[in-house]
Design a protein around this ligand. Structure first.
Ligand SMILES: CC(=O)SCCNC(=O)CCNC(=O)[C@H](O)C(C)(C)COP(=O)(O)OP(=O)(O)OC[C@H]1O[C@@H](n2cnc3c(N)ncnc32)[C@H](O)[C@@H]1OP(=O)(O)O
Length: 187
């Protein structure tokens, strides 16, 4: 079974971005991201509605990183340490050397290739540092922007599950994408 170790926290860097640990000082940015119905439209999680819930989210992330069960990075630009998005492996399947990646980004930064850039780095970390053999991403079939990000990062569409998830009284279809280590290594 694969074992993860996120201590010390792995800060990552890309051409334009820093990927760092969330701290309690990021509470307003986390609240802005997770309370925005437009950003959360395709993410089946309850909206965060106040600072207390945002702080609780940060503390939960911190605890799960400490226990090596989840890893989440705050995305900032190199010019400004303010959080503009988040990316992470939110569901681990260590017995299968596999993890599920997820991400979100503040609306004003959409369409500039930011998540593609962050994902490329996080995928590299997943294969080279975490020891993953495969990475999966689960998206809503209407989430075209997320699909484009995955395809640009060489993920392949594997399956379409009808009414796979139940959230807020509705059954949602889910599309599964994955990237295998052996295919990542080709690029
Ligand atoms: C696996 C998962 O985590 S699923 C959940 C993903 N997160 C969300 O849905 C949260 C809300 N959405 C977002 O935060 C962002 O839109 C993301 C994360 C999906 C994409 O981040 P971005 O940094 O904007 O992506 P990036 O700029 O790399 O690429 C997006 C591409 O989709 C395109 N696009 C964006 N919206 C749309 C749309 N509605 N229809 C068609 N294309 C679109 C962009 O033009 C761009 O295309 P290009 O590569 O040809 O230029």
């Amino acid at each position: 079974m694969l074992e993860f170790n996120f201590t010390p926290f792995p800060n990552l860097e890309t051409h334009r971005l820093n990927l760092r640990r969330l701290t309690s000082t990021d509470v307003n940015e986390v609240l802005a991201l997770r309370s925005n119905p437009e950003i959360m439209k395709f993410i089946p999680r309850p909206l965060i509605t106040n600072q207390e819930e945002a702080l609780e989210f940060i503390i939960t992330m911190d605890t799960t990183i400490d226990s090596n069960t989840v890893i989440n990075w705050a995305i900032t630009t190199k010019e400004n340490d303010k959080v503009i998005g988040m990316i992470g492996y939110y569901r681990m399947k260590p017995e299968n050397y596999r993890a599920e990646v997820g991400y979100l980004l503040a609306t004003e930064h959409h369409g500039k290739g930011i998540i593609s850039e962050a994902l490329q780095r996080v995928v590299k970390f997943g294969f080279e540092e975490m020891g993953l053999n495969s990475i999966e991403a689960v998206i809503d079939p209407e989430n075209i922007a997320s699909e484009k990000v995955l395809l640009k990062t060489n993920f392949e569409k594997e399956a379409y599950f009808k009414e796979y998830q139940f959230f807020d009284g509705i059954f949602f279809d889910s599309v599964f994408y994955s990237l295998l280590k052996k295919n990542f290594e080709k690029y």
